[in-house]
Design a protein. Sequence first.
Length: 216
Amino acid sequence: MRDHTVVVGFGTKGRTAIRTVCAAGLGKDRVVVIDPSAKAVAAAVAEGFEAVAGDATRSDVLRQAEVQRAKKIIVATQRDDTAVLVVLTARQLNPGATILASVAEEENAPLLRQSGADEVVTGASAAGRLLGMSALSPSAGLVMEDLMRQGSGLDMVERPVTKAESGRGPRELAQPVVSVVRGHRVLAYDDPAIGVLEPTDRVVVIVRAEGGVQGA
């Protein structure tokens, strides 16, 4: 297998991540799950995924999942220290993959990035922000919760700029633009540096899930 997605951990976080990417169009045959629990591996196989039973901090287990050929690696382990070791080992095996990791405590996020993670999501902080937003503005909290549920209501997707959109400003697009991805930079929709959209840009937009817009 090549250019596939490896998901380490088939608990609540891992399953939700997989369902999100599959709802956006990734085929189940392009996903490999790694989990130390035989029960979790059996559940993953029952859902149609390839799966490997073992400790993902070990390079031989990661190689069984063809991590060295993967395009994306999602680390959704239960413990932060385990996540650090998995990211470190996976990065050594695959310097070019995009690695996304989840941690429980925000203080551990810098360590994940130093270990090689491209993006780190802090579970406790994200939940706290959503709770705080809901307390201050219930409507805003509902909208954010909706955006977090892939495949229903509103979705946030990244897509290429179309030929018709090139040369126009982000505010001129029919779909609300959240940000513009230009090269390795992610620019806010109102950043003056954007100017007009370029043919090689990508945009992160909000769409209705039933609209059938193709994401990244």
